[in-house]
Design a protein around this ligand. Structure first.
Ligand code: ADP
Ligand code: MG
Length: 612
């Protein structure tokens, strides 16, 4: 190729495929026209990236600031996009803009043929984004000078099958594209409209973008930077911009992955859990980018629903500019990226919990509920999510929180199960009947104060292959002698009580686990009590399931019932009913309040008149 040969203006034809595509772009695409600017800025940014690469790789090239300058001329109805990137030589222009090297173009045509015009978004995905300029322009003029040469080139086309190309004076390296707007797209020569589109799609392009001399993207692609180069304050500013929050984030996690996919991301956890404040369900707030170009504002099909409290950016080179929910391949890709990010985020939290347990607990108290929601719905990360849970524990201080690992590694002997007990507070649990046998046997028990815990743990089943067992249904017994009645008496009393309580119970049995309480209830089958509690908390109707009542034959009250049933069976029945209701209340289960109050008043009155 003779570099010094002068080229007069020539008119050349586009390759057939380009022609066909231009025909569709010009004549039948009406929606989403804004995206042309995203495509041209994305090309400019690519060209700048390449120039930057050449500069840093030490080749001798003229230095100039790497930036994008956009100028509008409302009177003339033009929009000019200029970059100081790599530029193109004459041959490169013919190659890049006159033909489609990528096999993708054919696919693009097929896709356009099948679907409605809104799929113009796909244009970038197939490597033909440049042509979207013709959606809004009657004529496009491009001036370019390659970073490697001294000659400029002018290229023009009306998108009608031919283009002209000739040598031209171009002072600076890079590319300038001028769009002569169509009558009905004059809005794109309005600087306000242009800035709005840039804010929407290209805020974080990592090169400065000026519109009529004013810098419009102030933030840049922070997530692509090396995290050692980013100050805390930069993260804070970035978060506030992104989340439209006035508070600083609680945490940020900045990471990049190379395999199995290349991903750069920064995730933020807000200072407050807005859902906890009763402000309704939050919307996903993580944005999805591909090479600094925003593809989705809300990455809801990327991340699981429980991660909706996060804000941030995920950028992956692997994602096509318009990833589609409709195609299987794209959905699989999204799932794959989502899995990688979820896994990384959970590992980050685990690391945080070890390096800075206090910070982790602050996070956990506000956002732990999302982890539990994740456990209820995400079977893939169960182990990692369980690892992050924290509980108060029976042999610990109030407010002291332990992990499941700490629980399992606590004693010298391996534990047979991970026992947990639920109640409204530490005090309520410790006063109740269920803890007694554990106390006696010195087995630590985790305390749970949220109905969700019960649900989540019963769903999860086990951790480190040790099963979760609710304290209520634990099969534990104490070896001891009965002092107040004989075994036969106790069994006979249980039989009588089963009759007295009727429908409320399927059985009454003699307890081997109680020390201080007269009785406790168990769910023999069907929905365990913890789930019943959870459902009633969620205001859902649950069929009341009959219970098994366990009675403590060594408790004074139970022994008294046994005496009373000979003398005054009616009263003994009412006391038995009350013992049952009390056990239900201890389990956090509902009773018929009015019936209970009337019965109690009767029993109290009787006991007071006996005193008198
Ligand atoms: P893609 O960007 O996916 O390759 P486009 O149709 O957007 O597809 O662009 C086609 C090609 O034209 C680009 O690959 C690039 O080589 C060239 N090109 C477009 N715009 C510029 C520019 N501003 N500077 C340098 N080269 C450009
Ligand atoms: Mg492009």
């Amino acid at each position: 190729m003779d570099e010094n040969r002068q080229h007069k203006q020539e008119q050349l034809e586009f390759q057939t495929e380009v022609k066909r595509m231009l025909d569709i772009v010009v004549h039948s695409l009406y929606t989403d026209k804004d995206i042309f600017l995203r495509e041209l800025i994305s090309n400019a940014a690519d060209a700048l990236e390449k120039a930057r690469y050449i500069e840093v790789s030490g080749q001798q090239v003229s230095a100039c600031p790497l930036e994008i300058r956009i100028d509008t001329d409302e009177k003339a109805g033009t929009l000019t996009i200029r970059d100081t990137g790599i530029g193109m030589s004459r041959d490169e222009i013919i190659e890049n803009l006159g033909t489609i090297a990528h096999s993708g173009a054919k696919k693009f045509l097929e896709t356009l043929g099948q679907k409605d015009s809104s799929d113009v978004n796909l244009i970038g995905q197939f490597g033909v984004g440049f042509y979207s300029a013709f959606m809004v322009s009657d004529r496009v003029e491009l001036l370019s000078r390659s970073i490697h040469g001294d000659n400029g080139v002018r290229w023009t086309s009306q998108g009608d099958g031919t283009y002209t190309i000739e040598d031209a004076e171009v002072d600076e390296r890079g590319t300038t594209i001028t769009l002569y707007m169509k009558k009905d797209t004059a809005e794109y020569a309005d600087p306000l409209r242009v800035k709005e589109i840039i804010r929407q799609y290209s805020s974080f392009v990592s090169f400065p973008i000026h519109v009529d001399g004013e810098k419009v993207n102030t933030i840049g692609a922070l997530w692509l930077k090396n995290k050692n180069e980013v100050e805390t304050q930069d993260y804070e500013e970035f978060y506030k911009f992104l989340a439209e929050d006035y508070m600083n984030p609680l945490l940020h996690y900045h990471f990049s992955v190379d395999a199995p996919l290349s991903i750069n991301a920064v995730l933020f956890c807000p200072a407050e859990n807005m859902e906890m404040r009763g402000l309704g369900q939050m919307e996903h707030g993580v944005r999805l980018y591909s090479r600094r170009v925003m593809i989705r504002e809300r990455a809801e099909d990327l991340l699981p629903s429980w991660m909706r409290f996060l804000r941030g950016v995920i950028d992956s080179d692997e994602i096509p500019l318009n990833i589609s929910r409709e195609t299987m391949q794209d959905r699989l890709l999204m799932q794959k990226i989502g899995r990688v990010i979820t896994g990384r985020f959970l590992s980050y939290l685990d690391e945080l919990s070890r390096k800075d347990p206090e910070a982790y607990l602050v996070f956990y108290k506000k956002f732990g509920v999302f982890l539990k929601e994740g456990l209820a719905g995400d079977s893939e990360h169960t182990e990692k999510l369980l690892k992050l849970l924290r509980f108060e524990i029976s042999d610990g201080e109030a407010e002291e929180m332990v992990s499941l690992d700490e629980y399992l590694d606590r004693g010298d002997e391996p534990l047979e199960a991970i026992y947990y007990i639920s109640g409204s507070s530490r005090n309520a649990i410790e006063q109740g009947p269920y803890l007694e046998v554990f106390r006696e046997k010195n087995i630590p028990v985790l305390y749970s104060y949220e109905g969700l815990d019960d649900y989540v743990l019963s769903m999860a089943g086990a951790y480190r292959e040790v099963s979760f067992v609710s304290a209520e249904s634990a099969d534990l017994s104490l070896e001891r002698e009965m002092k107040l009645m004989t075994e036969e008496e106790a069994v006979a009393l249980a039989q009588w009580m089963a009759g007295a309580l009727g429908e409320k119970v399927t059985d009454v049995s003699v307890s081997r686990r109680l020390t201080g309480s007269p009785a406790l209830v168990k769910n023999p089958s069907g929905i365990p009590s913890n789930l019943e509690r959870w459902f009633s908390m969620m205001n859902q109707e649950v069929p009341r399931s009959p219970k098994v009542l366990e009675i403590n034959p060594d408790h004074g009250l139970i022994a008294k019932i046994n005496e009373l049933r000979e003398k005054d069976e009616d009263r003994a029945r009412r006391v038995a009913d009350q013992v049952f209701d009390n056990a239900m209340l201890s389990a956090g289960l509902p009773v018929d309040i009015q019936e209970m109050v009337n019965r109690m008043n009767g029993l109290l009155e009787e006991s007071l008149s006996e005193q008198a």
